[in-house]
Design a protein around this ligand. Structure first.
Ligand SMILES: *Cc1c(COP(=O)(O)O)cnc(C)c1O
Length: 219
């Protein structure tokens, strides 16, 4: 689908939730290494791009350095890649999945970096992210102790299943944590991908990360 088509579906979904809900779109571009694809999305108006590998992101950041793009890192971050990622000056790191990772970034960063904590809301063992039970405490501990981690909210990947109820439940669980964290400055609830962004928005998401459903129209 094109960006316009995506925006129309997002618009309909957000109105089902609330006319006050504003939803940001992050275009996930990990499926291509061709900067021209990203340029076409940019020319359609897209400004926020998501990548899950530091190496791939580096190539695209360099190729498109003349454009005012917001780069979101959304993948599992290995500690030995932190310096390389920070050099790329990412707009946001969405995938803080442990206190230890936050500590490691805090130590290496020379200025505050916007971050989200990633929550494993589906309980699937293959998924990264912290357990929902420790998410609030971990968020507060990071906020208290790590000045270079500028926490902005939460991120999750919905349950990997066709069972809409299970998907909805994983988003609902994440939204509840988001609400608990709002008094501590949480503003972003990043959930919803190609297959489930409408459900995520109905459950309160205000940032979706869409890749495969979008990218084919631009390849
Ligand atoms: C790949 C990826 C996405 C986008 O997934 P699609 O199903 O292709 O839209 C979103 N979030 C994360 C963390 C991803 O790794």
């Amino acid at each position: 689908m094109t960006l316009d088509e995506l925006i129309q579906r997002v618009e309909a979904a957000r109105l089902r939730r609330s006319e006050h809900l504003i939803v940001q779109i992050v275009a996930v571009t990990k499926y291509t290494n061709d900067p021209e694809v990203l340029k076409r999305l940019y020319n359609d108006g897209q400004r926020a791009f998501g990548e899950n590998r530091v190496q791939d992101m580096e190539g695209k950041v360099k190729a498109l350095s003349d454009l005012p793009i917001e780069w979101h890192f959304i993948g599992n971050l290995q500690k030995n890649k932190i310096n390389k990622l920070l050099k790329l000056n990412p707009f946001m790191i969405q995938s803080i999945n442990s206190y230890e990772l936050a500590e490691a970034i805090n130590k290496r960063a020379d200025k505050p970096v916007r971050c989200l904590i990633e929550i494993n809301s589906s309980g699937e063992p293959t998924k990264h992210g912290m357990e929902p039970e420790i998410a609030v405490d971990t968020y507060l501990k990071i906020k208290e102790n790590l000045p270079n981690i500028n926490l902005q909210g939460v991120m999750t990947i919905g349950a990997h299943t066709d069972d809409e109820k299970a998907i909805r439940e994983s988003f609902r669980k994440t939204y509840k944590i988001f609400e608990e964290l709002k008094p501590y400055g949480a503003k972003i609830c990043s959930m919803g991908m190609s297959g489930d962004f409408e459900i995520a928005i109905e459950e309160g998401s205000n940032m979706i990360r869409v890749g495969s459903a979008l990218i084919n129209s631009y390849m």
